[in-house]
Design a protein. Structure first.
Length: 410
């Protein structure tokens, strides 16, 4: 952006960008109220041109020292409002809205015991993703029991539990039902252990054997991947960051958690390689630092916020923290949509699909499975075999000849 943009023009253009990004009208109205106060403060101080320093002076004038802020919702709104102006001033764009974490709501009679159970499981090492699943399954269970009038754990019967599981089976996939039963079995054992129920209600749960089949990976063609990468606007810091992250996923097949968690120590420039420990498997990985990937990372590092953190990829606005996998998913989805690539219903369209796409392209080029397994850092070639399902060329060679139906014997 230009360095001599007036505050009035900046407010108008930032507001238009928020509408373009489909921010809620109520959110925009809140920001506009804050911007009017900022504009009034600027006029009182005979200032017409915007600067980051003047914007922070406005916040200090209103709240005193900025250390430890924001401490309440009002202060948070002011900070977000000023940050939106500052982001557009420096980058010429507004980053997409961050996905909100779902807040789970439990009926009052179940809430305390569920929260205690969740705290225990998290303290025992339950992962964040599994914790979200458990919270969802327990919310469905508690709401169902509340709605049919079972408002005390000791009133639960085998019939109630079997009805709940039976109805889940008509609404969800076999894997979801199996995961729900597993969650409830753990929950019932806990509430029996702490004396909330006279017996372990898990005895009423059916034993479901679910043999998960390897799904068909969602992959894009090399032309489609190129279209996705080409639609990234690399003329601003956000585009430079996003492009570097997408290149790591598309050209090296690195998982989103490892891209978001990447630290400077992983980049071995002198040796042209990337070294890191996979978050999923805990195993070390060494990959070549390809020229185009390295160029993309260097291009981003030139505009990366100056922050005292070891992580490479950061948010655009303060506090400059590392991006998380949820944010990277939204970034990838945005560019896939913008590229016009066809995404049929049920096809995955997050960072992992770029990993699948790389394996598909390697198979098309007759790269052996053990080599692909090494590139994708799979623990064995057996894991890589699921990609054979999308190797159309090789599958055609396996097709059997269908004998023609003759007239003999007719």
């Amino acid at each position: 952006m230009q360095n001599n943009l007036s505050i009035t023009d900046l407010i108008d253009r930032t507001g238009s960008e928020l509408k373009k990004e489909k921010y809620a009208e109520a959110t925009i109205a809140t920001y506009e109220k804050i911007w009017r106060m900022f504009l009034a403060y600027a006029r009182q101080n005979a200032t017409s041109e915007y600067s980051t320093e003047f914007a922070y002076e406005f916040l200090r004038k209103r709240f005193g020292s900025l250390d430890g802020l924001p401490r309440n919702n009002t202060q948070a709104e002011y900070f977000r409002g000023v940050c939106k102006l500052d982001e557009f001033f420096h980058n010429g764009i507004i980053s997409s809205k961050r996905p909100r974490l779902k807040n789970y709501s439990y009926p009052i009679e179940y809430r305390d015991v569920i929260l205690l159970f969740m705290k225990k499981r998290i303290d025992e090492g339950l992962s964040r993703s599994r914790s979200s699943c458990f919270s969802l399954y327990l919310e469905r269970f508690a709401v169902y029991m509340h709605e049919i009038g079972v408002k005390n754990l000791n009133r639960l019967s085998a019939g109630h539990i079997k009805r709940f599981i039976g109805e889940r089976a008509t609404l969800y996939t076999a894997s979801t039902v199996s995961a729900t039963i597993s969650c409830l079995r753990s929950f019932f054992a806990y509430i029996h252990e702490i004396g909330e129920t006279e017996m372990n209600l898990g005895l009423f749960l059916p034993n479901v054997r679910y043999a998960a089949e390897d799904p068909i990976p969602s992959a894009f063609s090399s032309d489609e991947v190129k279209r996705i990468l080409d639609c990234v606007d690399r003329c601003n810091p956000k585009g430079k960051r996003d492009y570097a992250m997408l290149m790591l996923a598309a050209r090296l097949g690195i998982r989103s958690s490892d891209i978001c968690g990447m630290v400077f120590q992983s980049l071995k420039w002198d040796e042209n390689k990337i070294e890191f420990t996979q978050q999923k498997t805990g195993k070390p990985v060494t990959l070549p630092l390809l020229n185009d990937v390295g160029d993309a990372i260097i291009d981003y590092l030139k505009v990366r916020p100056q922050a005292d953190t070891k992580h490479v990829f950061l948010r655009l606005n303060p506090p400059y923290q590392r991006l998380n996998s949820g944010s990277f998913y939204e970034i990838t989805h945005t560019y896939m949509t913008r590229s016009g690539v066809h995404i049929p219903p049920g096809k995955k369209h997050g960072p992992h699909s770029l990993r699948h796409s790389l394996s598909s392209m390697l198979l098309e080029n007759s790269v052996p499975l053990p080599v692909i397994s090494g590139i994708l850092a799979h623990s064995s070639s057996d894991t890589t075999k699921i990609y054979l399902k999308i190797d159309i060329g090789q599958l055609k060679e396996c097709a059997l000849t269908v004998p023609a139906i003759g007239s003999e014997g007719m």
